[in-house]
Design a protein around this ligand. Structure first.
Ligand code: HEM
Length: 121
């Protein structure tokens, strides 16, 4: 199963996102850009592993709708990270990006850990 890869990939994304933010706040634009590039490669890993997991729900699963919402929220987390980093880099308000990020993250965690049956075992 791809759950380990999936959890590792989004765990890494959260770390890289925070590192990129901190580097930006410290004025280290070059290092921040490099970290954001690695973060973007990590999105591919998240999409690949999440896409693989969601295949389990297509067909006759009674939880297909929740799995789809989970996947959309996962894409929302990625969009929120990109919006937040982009706005902060431009010196604009990142309120919308933060909202998209935090609401999507909440939905992914609730559906991923507490509703959908797959686990780390
Ligand atoms: C940064 C974005 C994402 C976060 C934070 C996230 C979070 C999670 C969490 C917490 C789980 C539960 C792991 C477990 O059961 O142990 C999970 C599983 C899953 N994720 Fe994601 N995810 C993200 C992106 C995606 C994307 C983009 C997709 C779809 C394309 C996706 C589809 C799934 C599916 C189908 C599962 C399996 C649920 C299960 O069988 O339990 N995720 N994810």
């Amino acid at each position: 199963m791809n759950t380990h890869l999936h959890v590792t990939a989004w765990g890494l994304a959260i770390i890289l996102f925070v590192v990129a933010l901190v580097l930006h706040k410290k004025g280290n634009e070059k290092a921040g850009k490099i970290v954001q590039m690695i973060l973007r490669l990590d999105y591919l890993l998240i999409l690949y592993s999440g896409g693989d997991l969601i295949m389990n729900y297509f067909g006759d699963s009674p939880m297909m709708a929740e799995a789809i919402v989970k996947g959309l929220a996962g894409v929302g987390v990625i969009a929120g990270m990109e919006m937040t980093l982009g706005k902060i880099k431009d010196g604009d308000s990142a309120k919308v990006g933060w909202s998209v990020l935090l609401i999507s993250l909440l939905i992914t965690i609730v559906l991923g850990f507490f509703r959908l049956p797959g686990g780390l075992a």
